[in-house]
Design a protein. Structure first.
Length: 119
């Protein structure tokens, strides 16, 4: 069985999802950094069902963003379920709600800054 997501880890992933949609400077390297903070190294997360679900989500989100830039109307992918939140659906209206600067803190106190491009 995979690692249970703590609420703060789930929040990191959700904030990264918002940043991916709202900040043109937040891309695959930043997503990989968040995935590493939450799930560990790539090798460690190969057998983790939560990590696989989030990896699939990031792929779907990147495809969504690409189609959206092409002007196509597509549905926003669903954020993987969490024990405390079984049916959260990301809304494109959520992305601008980020403050000018937010950070995602990992367990050792380091941070990944997320800048809102609408600021």
């Amino acid at each position: 069985m995979g690692k249970d997501l703590k609420p703060n880890d789930y929040e990191k992933l959700c904030q990264a999802s918002q940043a991916f949609l709202s900040d043109s400077n937040f891309g695959h390297p930043e997503v990989e950094n968040v995935m590493s903070m939450v799930f560990g190294s790539y090798q460690t997360r190969l057998d983790d069902p939560n990590a696989k679900a989030w990896s699939s989500y990031w792929t779907n989100l990147a495809n969504y963003e690409e189609k959206r830039r092409e002007g196509l109307t597509v549905s926003v992918p669903k954020i993987p379920a969490h024990a405390d939140n079984r049916s959260l659906v990301m809304s494109t209206n959520m992305a601008p709600s980020l403050t000018s600067m937010q950070s995602i803190n990992d367990n050792d106190g380091s941070a990944l800054a997320i800048k809102d491009k609408s600021a």
